[in-house]
Design a protein around this ligand. Structure first.
Ligand code: HEM
Length: 475
């Protein structure tokens, strides 16, 4: 089959389908097209033809054929290149292979186990913040607080630096990063690099933010170099991602360039914060409308962590199947990366469709999850479906919230650690109550998909019965 044979959703003359991709809801347009004409279609965006793919098997074929046959959209080169950020996220070919090896080493299971204690401490701060709100009978800005939480975890893991934005206005670079992330998203989805021709106030603000961020990261790099000189054992056992990047040698013995070290530490902040915060926020939203799922969360947390406040040891964190099922089900219905853009590097095929070199693709990563006939009552939030005897392994099943193939998210185990820690804390400590109808919370797409308008009330569980031992001794 040829691309020209594919169906085309309704469009306006000249502008094609672009105007239907409203900012902050672009993914909904892609989903509407596949509902209108089927899981393979063609659209025109700003005069450029795109093939839309909403079939999970075909999506997997595309993702598995990287980096040689498909690449990320070339917008990544322009956007990250303009910011002088050299990162695994935007790299292709041999540079990607090199950086990817390094990331896998830096986020191996041993390294992640080393983060568990720090994650537990930050989860305890989140609990204290929410306990204070519960005492005041106030609704909580879930999204804002969870972003502070993941900022603190990610900063600690990346730099070994406790930003503590949950308890104080951090001296870290967070305000600047909150400008950088949406701007990267805005530029990635811009129909052309307008900032090459005209610099809007927000582009100038981005330049200023990048100067501050770069200065901050360079200062951390200098400190880490001094630390490694003073403690050569860190060469073999780096204590954070930055140290891991600094000591990493390629097969030929070469070290990463400063631009690569800077770019990849920034990538850790970029890739690790909103993704995990949004996944947690969607999980709490869905739980708040499902009392039975909350009860099961509480029962699991009580059974696994006893009288402590959250799971802290790796042994506890690894035995929370209901927390894992809640995360899997939230990601099935609310994948925080709902669409990908890819480009073919050579002539190829997906299914029986010929894909000439240079073809641009949009992948609909939710692919009609709420109507997917593979699932019983697919629109229902039902974590138990992931625990049934015949349940497919999550990564082999049709949702691909972490992507698939060689570029699958290398941070997923860390994300899972954070989610388990927070959900076990919620289960032990709180009941979640909605303060607005379920449909008043909407999907807002930036670099990731976040719940807009989410506020919840938390009340303390009467029967929490904490241990009176010091928190640090809980595990
Ligand atoms: C629930 C949380 C998270 C979700 C849903 C998520 C999702 C994703 C997705 C969909 C991709 C693209 C995969 C592909 O192209 O096939 C990705 C890539 C990536 N993620 Fe995550 N992610 C999460 C957390 C994290 C964390 C905590 C980190 C690390 C601090 C991280 C680091 C990365 C990196 C470096 C890449 C690029 C990998 C490459 O291109 O080889 N992610 N993630």
């Amino acid at each position: 089959m040829r691309i020209a044979d594919l169906p085309r959703p309704r469009a306006l003359p000249v502008v094609g389908h672009l105007l239907q991709m409203r900012r902050q809801a672009a993914h909904l347009a892609v989903e509407a097209w596949s509902r209108e004409v089927g899981p393979l279609f063609r659209v025109s965006l700003g005069g450029r033809p795109f093939v839309g793919v909403a079939d999970p098997d075909l999506i997997r074929q595309v993702l598995n054929q990287r980096p040689d046959t498909f690449r990320r959209s070339s917008n990544f080169d322009i956007v990250f290149g303009d910011l002088d950020v050299e990162s695994v996220f935007a790299a292709e070919g041999s540079q990607w292979r090199r950086l990817r090896r390094l990331w896998l080493r830096a986020l191996n299971s041993h390294q992640i186990a080393g983060f568990a204690q720090g994650v537990g401490d930050i989860t305890e701060r989140l609990r204290a913040r929410w306990q204070a709100a519960a005492n005041r009978d106030e609704a909580v800005d879930i999204q804002g607080d969870l972003t502070r939480y993941t900022v603190d975890v990610t900063t600690l893991m990346t730099f070994g630096f406790d930003g503590n934005t949950l308890q104080q206005r951090g001296a870290v670079i967070q305000d600047d990063m909150h400008h950088v992330f949406p701007m990267i998203s805005r530029r990635l989805t811009a129909p052309f690099p307008y900032w090459h021709y005209i610099r809007l106030p927000r582009d100038r603000q981005l330049d200023r933010a990048m100067v501050t961020v770069t200065r901050f990261v360079d200062a951390r790099i200098a400190e880490a170099r001094e630390r490694i000189d003073a403690h050569p054992e860190l060469q073999d056992k780096p204590s954070n991602l930055l140290e891991a990047f600094l000591v990493a040698r390629d097969e030929d013995g070469s070290l990463l360039s400063d631009a690569e070290i800077r770019g990849n530490t920034l990538t850790a902040l970029l890739a690790g914060e909103d993704t995990t915060a949004n996944t947690l926020a969607w999980s709490l939203h869905l739980l708040s409308h499902n009392p039975a799922a909350q009860e099961r969360l509480q029962a699991e947390a009580d059974a696994v962590v006893g009288r402590a406040r959250c799971a802290r040891s790796m042994a506890q964190l690894a035995t929370l199947p209901w927390c894992d099922a809640v995360m899997a089900e939230s990601l099935r219905l609310k994948p925080v990366a709902p669409m990908f853009f890819k480009t073919a590097l050579k002539d190829t095929r997906i299914g029986d469709l010929d894909i000439p070199r240079g073809t641009h693709l949009i992948l609909d990563m939710r692919h009609g999850a709420d109507q997917d006939a593979r699932y019983d009552q697919p629109a229902q939030f039902d974590p138990a479906r992931w625990l049934a005897d015949d349940a497919p392994r999550f990564e082999a099943a049709s949702p691909m919230p972490f992507g698939a193939g060689p570029r699958i998210c290398p941070g997923r185990n860390l994300a899972q650690l954070e989610v388990r820690s927070v959900l076990s804390m919620i289960g032990r400590s709180f009941e979640l109550h909605t303060v607005a109808p379920e449909d008043s919370v909407t999907e807002r797409f930036g670099f990731t998909m976040a719940p807009a308008g989410l506020r919840l009330k938390l009340t303390a569980r009467a029967q929490a019965g904490y241990s009176t031992r010091a928190i640090g001794a809980d595990s």
